[in-house]
Design a protein around this ligand. Structure first.
Ligand SMILES: *Cc1c(COP(=O)(O)O)cnc(C)c1O
Length: 411
C-alpha cells in the first residue's frame, strides 16, 4: 500500500474507491504482491529449484489459487474440500499434497482416489494405510522433530505435547510398520508451526529429517513445511528468506550427495505468500467516548478477522479516509456481542464516523477463518490485478445464512 497524492493505493487502485464501489467490510488482495512473494521464495534457493506447495488454508479463493497455479505453484491442503477447490482451480492432483490432521481413513482413501500426495501424521493411520495399499501407493510421513518454533504455543506445532506429526522418538516403530507392510515412503515432512525467527531452527529440524532419511530408500522429496514469519508492524523481526535459502540450499545439496540421489525440496508457505498482499477495509460506525477510552466501533468484528482475538496478533490499522489528519489515540473494536478488540490504544489519523479504516496483513487467515456469528454475513473479496479491482467473491446475503435450514411444521 502506498500513499500517492494523498490517496492510499495498492497496485494503482485507490483503496477508498474500492470501499465506495464494493462496500465495506471488504477484503482486498493485490495480485502482484502475491506473485512477488512466490518468486522471492523461489529465488532465495537458486540454483536449487524448490517446489512451493502454497498452504491454501491461509486464503482459498479460487482466483488466488488460479493465480498461483499459473505461476507454477503446487498446493498444500488439509481437507478433501481444499484439494477439490485446488483441482477446480486447475491444479493437477500430482501438484497437491494432502496433509490433514486427525482425519479418518475414509478421507485418506478419497485423497488416494483423487491422486494426491498423501502425508500421514500418526501411526494408526500409517498402519491402516499400509494394510490397504502396501507398496502400491506411496506416502509421505509427517515427523515431529520437537523443534520449538516461536514462543506462542497456540501456533507452535513442534513441541512435545503437540498433536501434529509422529514423534521422531517413535521412528523405530514407524520403520517396523513400514517394513511389515512393505510400504513405499516417498517423502518426509515436518511443519514446526508459524513464526520461526531463526534460519538455525530450520537447519536443526533439517538435520533431524536428513538423519531419518537414511532409513527410507524410496524418497523423492523432503518437505520442510512452513513457519516463515512476516512483518506485522514496523521493526518486526522476520525470517531472513535469503539467508535460509543459502544455508539450507547448500546443506540440502550435501545431503543429496550423502543420500546418493537428487531429491526435491518442498515448502508449504501460506502466510508468507498472501499475508502482506491483503487489506481489510471496514467503516467506522461510531466514535464512542467512555471515561477512560475513545472507541472506534467498526462495521466488522471477530466474525470477519479473528486473529487479534484468537492469537493476540497485531494488525496495523490506518484511517485511509483522512491521510493527513491529526494523530489521536483510539481503541478499535468490532460490532459483535463479544469483546472483539482489534487494537488497543492505536494512533490513527483523526477518525470521523463514516471513515474507512484499513487493516494490513489481512491476506492470510482472514476470510478463511470468518464465520456467521451474530447472523452477520461474510464480506466480499476483491482482487487488484493489472491496475483494476475485480470482485472475486460476492458479499453474503441473508439467504446464504438460511439456505441449508430445513423448515419444520409445529403442530
Ligand atoms: C498451516 C500450515 C502451513 C502454512 O503455515 P503458514 O504459517 O501460513 O506459512 C503449512 N503446512 C501445514 C501442514 C500447515 O498446517
Amino acid at each position: 500500500m502506498e500513499l500517492i497524492n494523498d490517496v492510499y493505493t495498492a497496485g494503482g487502485v485507490s483503496l477508498t474507491e474500492v470501499a465506495n464501489n464494493f462496500g465495506t467490510p471488504v477484503y482486498v488482495y493485490h495480485a502482484d504482491k502475491i506473485i512477488a512473494q512466490y518468486k522471492r521464495l523461489k529465488n532465495a534457493f537458486k540454483p536449487l529449484d524448490i517446489q512451493i506447495k502454497y498452504a491454501c488454508k491461509a486464503l482459498n479463493n479460487s482466483a488466488i489459487l488460479s493465480l498461483l497455479q499459473r505461476e507454477g505453484s503446487g498446493l498444500d491442503t488439509v481437507s478433501i474440500n481444499e484439494a477439490l477447490l485446488g483441482i477446480k482451480a486447475g491444479f493437477k492432483p500430482d501438484d497437491i499434497i494432502f496433509t490433514p490432521n486427525c482425519v479418518g481413513i475414509d478421507e485418506i482413501k478419497q485423497a488416494v482416489e483423487l491422486g494426491l500426495h498423501i502425508n500421514i501424521d500418526n501411526i494408526s493411520i500409517l498402519e491402516q494405510f499400509g494394510a490397504i495399499y502396501g507398496n502400491s501407493v506411496p506416502c509421505c510421513i509427517r515427523l515431529n522433530p520437537h523443534i520449538m518454533a516461536g514462543g506462542n504455543t497456540k501456533i507452535s506445532t513442534g513441541h512435545i505435547d503437540s498433536k501434529f506429526g509422529i514423534s521422531i522418538y517413535q521412528l523405530r516403530h514407524v520403520l517396523r510398520v513400514v517394513k511389515s507392510h512393505n510400504m513405499r515412503i516417498n517423502g518426509l515432512h515436518m511443519h514446526t508451526g508459524s513464526d520461526i525467527l531463526d534460519p538455525g531452527v530450520f537447519l536443526q529440524g533439517a538435520e533431524i529429517l536428513f538423519d531419518a532419511a537414511k532409513d527410507f530408500p524410496d524418497l523423492t522429496f523432503i518437505d520442510f513445511g512452513s513457519g516463515f514469519k512476516v512483518a506485522y508492524k514496523e521493526g518486526d523481526v522476520t525470517t531472513d528468506i535469503e539467508e535460509l535459502g543459502q544455508l539450507l540450499g547448500n546443506r540440502f545439496k550435501e545431503f543429496c550427495n550423502e543420500y546418493g540421489r537428487e531429491l526435491e525440496l518442498w515448502f508449504e508457505p501460506g502466510k508468507f505468500i498472501v499475508s502482506e498482499a491483503g487489506y481489510f477495509l471496514v467503516k467506522a460506525n461510531v466514535i464512542k467516548q467512555t471515561t477512560a477510552t475513545v472507541f472506534v466501533g467498526v462495521d466488522s468484528g471477530l466474525n470477519h478477522l479473528i486473529r487479534p482475538m484468537l492469537y493476540d496478533s497485531y494488525h496495523e490499522i490506518i484511517n485511509i479516509s483522512n491521510p493527513n489528519g491529526k494523530q489521536r489515540i483510539y481503541t478499535v473494536v468490532g460490532n459483535i456481542c463479544e469483546t472483539d478488540t482489534f487494537g488497543w490504544d492505536r494512533k490513527l489519523s483523526e477518525v470521523h464516523e463514516g471513515d474507512v479504516l484499513c487493516f494490513k496483513n489481512a491476506g492470510a487467515y482472514g476470510i478463511t477463518m470468518a464465520s456467521n456469528y451474530n447472523a452477520r454475513t461474510r464480506p466480499a473479496e476483491v482482487l487488484i490485478y493489472q491496475q483494476q479491482a475485480h470482485l472475486i467473491r460476492k458479499r453474503e446475503t441473508l439467504n446464504d445464512l438460511i439456505q441449508n435450514e430445513v423448515p419444520i411444521t409445529f403442530s
